[in-house]
Design a binder for this molecule. Sequence first.
Ligand code: NAD
Length: 260
Amino acid sequence: MKMQDKVAIITGSAAGIGKEIAITYAREGAKVVIADMNKAAAEATAQELRDGGGQAMSVAMDVTDEAAVNAGVDEVVKAWGGVDVLVSNAGIQIVHPLQDFTLAEWKKLLAIHLDGAFLTSKACLPHMYKSGRGGSVIFMGSVHSKEASMLKAPYVTAKHGLIGLCKVIAKEGAEHGVRANVICPGFVRTALVEKQIPEQAKTLGISEAEVIKDVMLKETVDGEFTTVQDVAEVALLFASFPSNALTGQSLVVSHGWFMQ
Ligand code: NAD
């Protein structure tokens, strides 16, 4: 067990990539917190993990709401005594050409990805610093933390921004044994991506099959989607790595779409 009794808060973990990270951490012995704005789905996921023999609780948390983030983290600390791992994963996607984005859409997307990462880090870091056990902060970036695509101005901006925030936390957290890293997945077939396929087909005037083959997977080495399990393996590596040697990094898991 690589995470025995470590308390891990994972935002946006009622579904998709976050849920698979929760399953993986629970299998490795962690006490997993399903933190999601969809409270019913969060509790259903937590129940699923408990039914499978894991340790899990749910908290209702909109990551853009400072009071909700602080209340959720307080609830976890009260129940389980601290926080060892934060995975800031909650995210959405909105696709348009830049000139068609409203300011409200821009602000909403930046708030979920960037305010969410800031607020959850701000709430969790003092507990990691105080425990003397160190900790691990993990941001869910994307290949779009490194690379641009058309139609995704706020998403690409936010995902690049997470790398800057991660590097600051890596520097500030080092003396407390707190590491910070970013996972940068390629396309994973979750609800977030399923929604984009018809939208991009419409905007680009091509078929949905062409969106998958010629847009999403075009630059991969083998035409394959990245899976939730692939991403969860990287999340496990970052959470369980034993020293400050692996900090301030961003790791791309994308079937070679982006190579560095
Ligand atoms: P998803 O839509 O399957 O799941 C997202 C989860 O986040 C949902 O449970 C939703 O309720 C929750 N959520 C949304 N807004 C929230 C908020 N304000 N507060 C709390 N919870 C909120 O999405 P996914 O594909 O699993 O994406 C998870 C993360 O991975 C996102 O940050 C996304 O940008 C990133 N990512 C996804 C892909 C991909 O191809 N799917 C690729 C790279 C990066």
